[in-house]
Design a protein around this ligand. Structure first.
Ligand SMILES: [Zn+2]
Length: 246
């Protein structure tokens, strides 16, 4: 009998140690690499198109949310999900060339770009956790990601009202909120982030040396990213978001 007790004790101890080892292994696995954080390769991304590529966990939660919304006659459609570094660079370069050819100075062009768009390597869309969404059951306007579409008589006000009540229960939080004191990117009622993954990613992202990365990656207009500019961009554009996500 005593021997049985002893074996049971050993068994439980071994199990406990194994569980601990598994937990620390998972913890190690959860660390994000520099490239993962700046949109240059992420093994957790699933999907095959611009609107379906997402972090695998965000995708599962998104599909649950979509199914629930459908019951209310809302068909949530993703217009933008995971965006690679390269794709963001194309967007940034195109705008940079356009604005400077219109006569803006490089610094003015950069300021104009970052009203809505990010500098490559700094987009939350690089993480696969953030999505821009509309309601495909509603009439489609030319410029779908427009604040007015989400309020009043706008085509997506039903979606917005539903998201206000339900999105957080699926893990999706608004990022660039309608808070007049908030700086950085303008209000984006369409942009939601899957908090269980994006919150730890932001914590890791904060440890990166942004200036060094932008230099290494040879971003257009890079010589105008002064220390002061980067600091302001980090404080306002990257970190002045919905405080729940910090
Ligand atoms: Zn977005």
């Amino acid at each position: 009998m005593k021997r049985n007790h002893f074996l049971k004790f050993i068994g439980v101890t071994v199990l406990f140690v194994l569980l601990l080892a598994l937990k620390s292994f998972t913890f190690l696995q959860n660390k994000f690499t520099r490239n993962q954080l700046i949109g240059k390769g992420n093994p957790d991304i699933v999907g095959d198109s611009y609107t379906s590529k997402m972090h695998k966990e965000a995708k599962v939660a998104f599909l649950k949310m979509k199914t629930e919304a459908k019951k209310e006659g809302i068909n949530i459609e993703v217009v933008s999900a995971y965006r690679s570094f390269q794709r963001q660079k194309e967007i940034f370069d195109r705008k940079y060339k356009k604005f400077t050819s219109q006569g803006l100075s490089p610094s003015e062009a950069i300021d104009k770009i970052i009203e809505y768009s990010t500098i490559p390597g700094t987009s939350r869309h690089h993480w696969g956790t953030d999505i821009d969404i509309i309601d495909s059951n509603a009439p489609r306007s030319k410029n779908v990601l427009n604040e007015e579409n989400f309020y009043g008589d706008g085509p997506y006000c039903k979606l917005k009202e539903w998201l206000n009540v339900h999105s957080e229960s699926f893990g999706f939080y608004e990022v660039y909120t309608n808070n007049s004191k908030r700086k950085g990117f303008k209000y984006e009622p369409w942009h939601f982030s899957y908090i269980p993954v994006s919150k730890p990613m932001l914590q890791e992202y904060k440890k990166l040396n942004l200036k060094a990365i932008l230099e290494e990656e040879n971003i257009l207009g890079n010589e105008y990213f002064s220390e002061e500019f980067i600091q302001k961009y980090r404080t306002e554009n990257i970190l002045d978001i919905n405080p729940e996500l910090l």
